[in-house]
Write a protein that binds this ligand. Structure first.
Ligand code: MRU
Length: 322
């Protein structure tokens, strides 16, 4: 995988050689973004299977269940991580020998990865119809190819619109505290030659008030029956978009949907205070200050104009079919 913590300075591959190393990579956001986590989860099970010395199926499945629980627990909000782990685990559980388990887990992980690109391209095509030539689109965090296996979700929609010949200008919020917007989205779009302007998260309202934003498109980490969970700060953009009568879209594959749960049942990951109080070696706040640092927030679906998926665009309360 690409070590996303090194971007935009360095584009370097990271070779994952153990489940423990994978968990470290997930926790530190070397690999991040819901669909990329889904693929990482699947490959995590394949890796655990290939590293295990177990010679019989029940023993190997026991080990995989333990690895699965550890991987899933490393980031609780993004549902794709557990979805990817469970998919590989289910494929493994259908086998009768340890060798078949290893093969099936790897096959399923490869399938998750390949499928992700196909799905994002379809989702992108469906969403591109919503964008007009000349639109300025605000996005938050990174829902691009870095956050997926390829193409991207929110940025996939933009890529598809550009590929269809439309001129699109992107406004990328920097996404405090870990700067996925400035580090990753700006890097990714610049690589593709898609015009992008960086702004601090708190600047989106004034930009909307000036009439500079035509649409907002973000990705999602989980979509429950009543809310879209995405990077902290998304909810504020949604409220502002509603006030300024700007369409607010959430682009996500079906694997991000969690119809069984409501907003109140979801655990939002709290991250370390240092992410907010320091920047590299520099201190940004007094020692010991109390910090609020949730990784995600929930945007009620009544603020969402449309859910862009591979099965089409759905206006809440409508949801895509399972
Ligand atoms: O904490 P992160 O960087 O993993 O958060 C990622 C996001 O919030 C993305 O917007 C979301 O996963 C959609 S990615 C296609």
């Amino acid at each position: 995988m690409i070590d996303q913590t090194l971007l935009p300075g360095k584009l370097l591959p990271l070779r994952i050689k153990s489940v423990r190393q994978l968990i470290e990579a997930i926790k530190t956001l070397r690999v991040r973004g819901a669909p990329a986590l889904g693929a990482a989860g699947g490959y995590g099970i394949a890796l655990a299977a290939s590293l295990s010395p177990a010679t019989n199926a029940p023993e190997l499945m026991d080990e995989l269940e333990t690895a699965a629980a550890m991987i899933k627990g490393s980031r609780p909000t993004a549902i794709n991580l557990s979805w990817g782990v469970d998919r590989a685990l289910r494929a493994a559980a259908l086998q009768e020998t340890a060798e078949d388990i290893r093969e099936a887990a790897l096959r399923e992980a490869e399938e998750i990865a390949q499928e992700d690109i196909r799905i994002n391209k379809q989702l992108g095509k469906n969403g591109a119809r919503l964008l007009d030539d000349g639109d300025s689109v605000l996005t938050h965090c990174n829902a691009g190819r870095l956050a997926c296996v390829g193409w991207g979700t929110a940025l996939g929609v933009i890529r598809s619109a550009v590929a269809a010949g439309k001129q699109i200008h992107v406004y990328s919020c920097e996404t405090r505290p870990l700067h996925q917007g400035s580090r990753l989205t700006c890097w990714e779009l610049s690589q593709d030659g898609i015009p992008v302007t960086l702004l601090c998260d708190s600047m989106s309202g004034s930009l909307m008030r000036k009439g500079k934003i035509d649409k907002v498109i973000v990705g999602a980490d989980r979509i429950t029956r009543d809310a879209a969970f995405n990077k902290i700060g998304t909810y504020s953009h949604a409220v502002l978009a509603k006030h300024h009568k700007i369409p607010f879209y959430v682009a996500a594959p079906l694997s991000t949907f969690d119809r069984l749960h409501g907003e109140d049942e979801i655990v939002i990951e709290e991250r370390s205070p240092e992410e907010v109080t320091t920047l590299g070696a520099a201190r940004l706040a007094p020692q010991g200050i109390e910090v609020y640092n949730p990784a995600f927030d929930a945007t009620p679906l009544e603020l969402v104009t449309g859910l862009i998926t591979e099965k089409g665009v759905f206006r809440p309360p409508l949801m895509p079919p399972i």
